[in-house]
Ligand binder design. Structure first.
Ligand SMILES: Nc1ncnc2c1ncn2[C@@H]1O[C@H](COP(=O)(O)OP(=O)(O)OP(=O)(O)O)[C@@H](O)[C@H]1O
Length: 196
């Protein structure tokens, strides 16, 4: 993966059965062999990665996220960020669908695999993995792992160095040699259909 701070991928989801039923039309297409998408008939947009409706969760993970997990356990900071309008596929890509897990499942699996490898290869490496799962919705922050305090208002704080957070980074991993936070990739989603 090249040395850039932010990489942006676009994922175009397939039409849902109900959209097909209502005769919704596809309005954004991949340009074959490129990381570009065509909106309508003449608007071309370029990304670092582009995934079409048939792309698997594995393909998305391996191209965009797996290399970041590898650098995470080597001590780099990284963030994966999903962006898109409602219904465009953010939850599906992060959390997975009925049949296939998404980015979160795969990251969790790989973090432990890589840490086990690290532990095997370097004597005395201890690793602590902390997970938090936050939802920011309409300016309200919720801790999704704290069912009893789900409605409690949480605050985003800034420290003296200007770092923001509460204790609620998506995935926080700490070893005695490295301290790493999670990942930087933006997924931008385009809704696939327009009313005909
Ligand atoms: N790549 C995909 N392949 C198949 N189905 C998908 C894909 N992406 C999304 N879907 C389906 O599309 C619907 C909407 O997706 P999802 O719930 O992930 O959207 P969202 O962006 O998280 O929406 P919201 O912002 O409203 O929570 C779901 O039924 C999901 O299963």
């Amino acid at each position: 993966m090249s040395e850039v701070c932010v990489r942006v991928a676009v994922r175009i989801r397939p039409l849902l059965p109900k959209e097909v039923l209502h005769n919704h039309q596809v309005c954004v297409r991949m340009v074959p062999g490129t990381a570009q998408v065509m909106l309508g008939s003449d608007r071309l947009y370029s990304f670092d990665h582009a995934f079409g409706p048939t792309a698997s969760q594995d393909e998305v993970y391996q191209s965009c996220v797996q290399p970041l997990v590898e650098s995470l356990v080597d001590g780099c900071n990284a963030t994966v960020f999903c962006y898109g309008q409602t219904g465009s596929g953010k939850t599906y890509t992060l959390g997975g669908g009925k049949l296939e897990g998404g980015i979160i499942d795969r990251v969790a699996q790989d973090v432990f695999l890589l840490l086990a490898e690290k532990r095997k290869n370097s004597d005395g490496v201890e690793a602590t993995v902390r997970v938090s799962y936050m939802e920011l919705y309409r300016e309200e922050l919720r801790d999704l792992l704290e069912m009893h305090t789900i409605h409690k208002e949480l605050h985003i704080r800034e420290d003296e160095k200007g770092n923001t957070g509460n204790e609620n980074i998506l995935f926080h991993c700490q070893t005695n040699v490295t301290k790493c936070e999670f990942i930087f990739v933006c997924f931008t989603y385009c809704r696939l259909h327009e009313r005909g």
